[in-house]
Structures are given as C-alpha cells and as structure tokens.
Ligand binder design. Structure first.
Ligand SMILES: Nc1nc2c(ncn2[C@@H]2O[C@H](COP(=O)(O)OP(=O)(O)OP(=O)(O)O)[C@@H](O)[C@H]2O)c(=O)[nH]1
Ligand SMILES: [Mg+2]
Length: 460
C-alpha cells in the first residue's frame, strides 16, 4: 500500500437522483464502516455483499439516512486498498451530511481521479488502463466506448509491451559484447540486431498510423460547411443534424455566426459547423461572419463546399481556390438539384481541388444518403491502415511516446548500419524502451501522473 490516508468522495453525479454512491478507500475504511454504519450484520464480516442499515452522523450520533453498504477488502478492490461504498437516497444534502460525517471521523476528501491513481500506484491497472477509465466515462459515441473498453482490458498495453520484449534482448546482447571487447562481433550478429530494431520500428510505425482514426473516434470528426451565400449550407446542416438548428431564409447572408453542433451517425461522433456565406460585402456584420468562416478552415477534418446548381461554375471558382491549401480536405456538394437536375454535367470540381463531388437537394433529400454514407466511410478510413480496436492509438500522450520511440529506433538502426560503436545503438534503444514504458506507466514522473489524473472528476 503506497498511500496511508483514507479518502472519500461522491462517485455518482452531483445532482438530485434516485440514489447516490459514496466511495471510501484506505486503511481506515474498516473502522469508519464499523463506526458510522449499523446494519443487519457487520458488512466487514461479509465482504462484497450489500448490507442494509443506517448511516450515522459521527458528531451528533443521529441517523442520517437508510443505506446499503458494501465492504471490499484489499487487495481485491478497485484501488487495491480496503474499499467501502454506501448507496443512499440521492439528495445532495444527504451527500454533504455523509461526507461531513466521514471527514469528522478522520477520512480526507479525495482529489480528482485519486481512486484510479491509487489503483495504478497499487499495480491493479497500468497507466493506459487508468486513462481509459476516463475515456470510458467521457465517451460520447458507441465507437469511442468500444475503443476505451478495449484499452481498459489491457490489450493495447500488451501490444506496446510486446514491442519492447525483443528490444530488451538486443540490449542484453549489446551489453554482453561491450563487456567483452576483445571478442570480435560477427557481422551477421550486427545485421541481426539491425533487423530486430527495424521490426520493432515497423510495429511502432504501424501503431502510429492508427492515431488519426483513434483521435477522430475519440474527439469526433470535424466538418465545416462552407460556400457562397444562399446556396443551402444551413439547410444541409439542419438535415445532417436531423433538427432545425440554423435559421434558413431566402435572404442572402442569413448566417453570420459559426453554428457548431454534434451528431452521432452510425455510432461515430461528428462535429458539424455552419458558417457565413463567403462573398464581397460592405456589411460590417457579414464581413465579420466571413472572417470567422475563413478562420475555421484549419479546424476542419473536412470542408463541405456547398454551391448552387444554378450558379455558373465561374462564380465559385475563386472561392474554392481560396480554400485550397488551407483545408485538409474538400468535398464539393452541388445543392438544389431539384431545380437543375442536369447540374452534374456542368458542375464538377477537379480532383486536384476536391476529393469527391456530390449532388444534393436539401429540399427533397435527394443525394443525402450518398453524402452521409461517404462521411461515415471517410471516418472509418481515416486511419490509413485500420487495425483491430485493441491496437488503435487514441491518446495524444501515447502518440508522443511512440514518436519518440520511433525516432530513437531510427537513430539506432542508422548507427548499427554504419557500423558505429554499439554503445551508440544501445543508448538509443534505451531511449526507445523508456518511451514505450512511459506509455504503460512503468517509467513515469509525478508531473505526468499529476497531469493525467487532474483531468478526472472527483470520485473516479
Ligand atoms: N429548391 C431548393 N431550395 C433550397 C435547397 N436548399 C436550400 N434551399 C433554399 O435556399 C435558400 C437558402 O438556404 P440556406 O440554407 O439558408 O442557405 P445558406 O447557404 O445557409 O445561406 P446563407 O446563410 O445566407 O449563406 C432557402 O430559401 C432554402 O429554403 C434545395 O435543395 N432546393
Ligand atoms: Mg446559412
């Protein structure tokens, strides 16, 4: 047990509810339970079973509420310490009274993420698993939940640890040759070492390639609706969201502000953003809106450039050229095809500017299904080389560690190929291993831990 204090916090959301749960962890849990809870039996004598009883105020001796209590002795608990949980009527006033009673008994308020931090420090879970608890709680889509679940099972950590294994062997081999400098190192041996390093780097690179997908699943895929005024951007936004979020009128320049809203499509999280139509105008408010629209372009994973099927392609050419280079990816959506069904013969944007062309009627919904299907496909393909869910990098910290490992392995391979002294390769392999171990938390500083767990809510 690394922590001596006993902590308590509300584990459920801080709002009136059917029930609330307070969690307690640490060496004083057993005595706190005995002193503050009286049930049909002593819960510490019947671990992992709910016991019905009453919770008492430590200072006045009065009953606070009827409750269920459960005791989970160490080491078989979430934190690895003695843990107790109380379930009672979900009133915020009762929560405060029970916490006050526990604090009066000598229990301390838990810090954000402290239960999970203790689970990590006591070796119940590794750092990737601890982080995935946070991701699981905050997941906003089925797919994000699935990735967090896989990471929580420890499969991603296993994949990372597996990459490190042969590197440890290489290190041992190099060390042995350094210890016996008189013995000649066979060239095949050095080639073998270079091959092992190169395999490991390949595995690291493969993981890194999944980050784009992992990031999009976790944070959402960002789509900006952009184009000239009055072409139907807001109509399309409303269609994609399935609700009337933005004002639609026949007046050009209706939308001024950026309108951002999330939607779940096919289990994936999308963030759509509507913007003011880009045009030359002397209206100060409209100008401000256009500036905002332009500033949003780098934010988007994809820009949907909407145009009106009736417009001469010359009218939008300059605007779309302006987006080119600033936008990560552009798709052209020719709207109002109900009025101009033959638009596809004249409206087509070059693949050097737009990756795809779509034809739509926001009025009749013609073409909407093709567009949403393509959006889903785009998210699914956002990792060039989609691996199984357990091997997908979702976290920026993990990516930074993998990049550092990839670089160090690159330098090690280079040194071996150039037949430089093996100490150089050995130092680089150590850096790579250190970076890999940092991912799962085998080597991690207090500062990094602080940053990770401060993102958690209290009670987690
Ligand atoms: N017939 C037809 N009308 C459409 C279609 N899409 C939009 N409209 C009409 O076009 C007008 C402009 O639509 P909006 O969605 O407000 O266009 P916008 O691009 O957001 O316009 P601004 O905000 O002014 O830039 C409205 O009167 C819509 O009803 C369509 O597919 N067919
Ligand atoms: Mg609009």
């Amino acid at each position: 047990m690394l922590e001596a204090s006993t902590i308590a916090a509300l584990a459920t959301a801080p709002a009136p509810a059917g029930i609330a749960i307070i969690r307690v962890s640490g060496p004083k849990t057993r005595t706190a339970l005995k002193a503050l809870f009286k049930g049909s039996i002593d819960p510490t004598l019947d671990p992992r079973h709910l016991v019905f009883g009453e919770i008492y105020d430590h200072e006045t001796g009065n009953v606070i509420d009827k409750a269920l209590a459960v005791f989970m002795p160490n080491p078989h608990s979430y934190t690895g310490e003695d843990v107790a949980e109380f379930q009672f009527h979900g009133s915020p006033v009762l929560v405060q009274s029970i916490l006050r009673s526990l604090f009066a008994f000598g229990v301390s308020p838990a810090e954000p993420g402290e239960f999970t931090k203790r689970a990590f420090l006591n070796g119940k879970i590794d750092l990737v698993q601890a982080e995935s608890v946070c991701d699981l709680i905050n997941a906003t889509s089925d797919q994000a939940l699935k990735l967090a679940g896989e990471h929580l099972k420890g499969r991603f950590s296993a994949a990372v640890n597996q990459i490190g294994e042969p590197l440890r062997n290489v290190l041992a081999e190099i060390e042995a040759t350094i210890d016996f400098p008189d013995e000649d190192i066979q060239p095949q041996k050095i080639d073998q070492i270079a091959q092992t390093l190169s395999n490991a780097r390949g595995q690291v690179s493969a993981l890194l390639k999944t980050y784009n997908y992992g990031h999009v699943v976790r944070e959402g895929f960002r789509v900006l609706l952009c184009g000239r005024p009055n072409v139907g951007k807001s109509s399309l936004l409303n269609l994609l969201l399935g609700k009337e979020r933005a004002i639609v009128t026949e007046i050009s320049g209706t939308t001024r502000d950026l309108i951002e809203e999330e939607a779940i499509l096919g289990g994936y999280r999308f963030i759509f953003c509507d913007s003011a139509g880009i045009t030359e105008t002397s209206d100060a408010v409209e100008q401000k809106g256009i500036e905002l629209a332009r500033s949003r372009i780098p934010w988007a994973d994809l820009v949907l450039f909407v145009c009106d099927a009736a417009d001469d392609p010359k009218s939008w050419q300059a605007t779309i050229s302006e987006l080119q280079g600033k936008a990560k990816k552009i798709w052209m959506v020719t709207n109002k095809i109900d009025l101009n069904p033959k638009a596809f013969t004249t409206h087509f944007c070059d693949s050097s500017i737009c990756a795809q062309n779509f034809y739509l009627s926001a009025k009749t919904h013609d073409g909407l299904e093709a567009l949403t299907e393509a959006l889903l496909e785009e998210v699914k393909m956002s990792g060039t080389d989609r691996a199984q869910a357990s091997h997908i990098v979702t976290n920026e910290r993990h990516r930074a560690c993998l990049l550092s490992a990839e670089d160090a392995l690159g330098r090690a391979i280079d040194a071996t190929k150039r037949r430089m002294p093996l100490e150089i390769a050995s130092a680089e392999v150590r850096i790579a291993l250190h970076s890999l171990e940092e991912i799962v938390g085998k080597t991690v500083t207090e500062d990094i831990l602080g940053r990770i767990f401060s993102r958690f809510c209290i009670g987690k």
